[in-house]
Design a protein around this ligand. Structure first.
Ligand SMILES: [Zn+2]
Length: 204
């Protein structure tokens, strides 16, 4: 997979859930794949762009990464393993295919890490879970994506998961339109690109 240093902007975040937003850090899952988080720094910018990290947390994580490059590499590799597992799992749910046991093992492992990182808190007059303050900022994005992914996959109909059909895209998103008619990851980007291509094909 080609590593590309992508300039992340809020408009790139179209998944509707962090699980799909992580999947969408690869462009063109089936064709000429590009990995848009080539290093820990760009991964942290992505995390900030989709608000999985606040600015202060991003800075703290970047400092940790600078102090411990080996730990940072390990975190990035592990997040990419989660990304691949989530891509295959959401793809199998979307297309009603059997899930790969290996992907479930990866998600299980992240779920265990999440459970170990959480503590019980009281929010309002209810019990809730929050990530322990002792957890390194570098570890936060993967744990938060895992929490969002599990809640999403447990509660949302897989029929709502769609893949953008544009060539070299393949991004996934939750179709929240009433009649489930959304086709493109982003009308302004892929929709127009496809229309432009159709126009060119028709008009030579
Ligand atoms: Zn697209």
């Amino acid at each position: 997979m080609k590593l590309v240093n992508h300039h992340w902007i809020p408009r790139d975040i179209v998944g509707g859930n962090l699980a799909l937003d992580l999947v969408n850090t690869v462009s063109g899952w089936n064709n000429d794949s590009e990995d848009w988080v080539p290093d820990i720094a760009s991964f942290l910018v992505w995390a900030r762009t989709c608000r999985v990290l606040g600015t202060r947390e991003q800075n703290e994580a970047a400092r940790h990464a600078k102090d411990s490059p080996v730990a940072a590499e390990r975190v990035l590799a592990s997040v990419k393993e989660l990304r691949f597992a989530l891509w295959r799992l959401t793809d199998s749910l979307e297309h009603r295919k059997a899930a790969e046991p290996g992907d479930l093992t990866v998600i299980d492992e992240w779920n265990r890490r999440l459970a170990l990182s959480e503590q019980v808190i009281v929010r309002g007059n209810k019990i809730d879970f929050a990530i322990n303050r002792d957890i390194s900022a570098l570890e936060l994005p993967g744990l938060r994506v895992t929490a969002a992914a599990l809640s999403f996959l447990k509660n949302l109909s897989a029929a709502r998961i769609k893949t953008c059909p544009a060539h070299d895209c393949g991004w996934k998103f939750v179709d929240q339109s009433k009649n489930r008619s959304r086709r493109w990851c982003d009308m302004a980007v892929c929709g127009n690109l496809a229309k432009t291509r159709q126009y060119r094909a028709r008009n030579g």
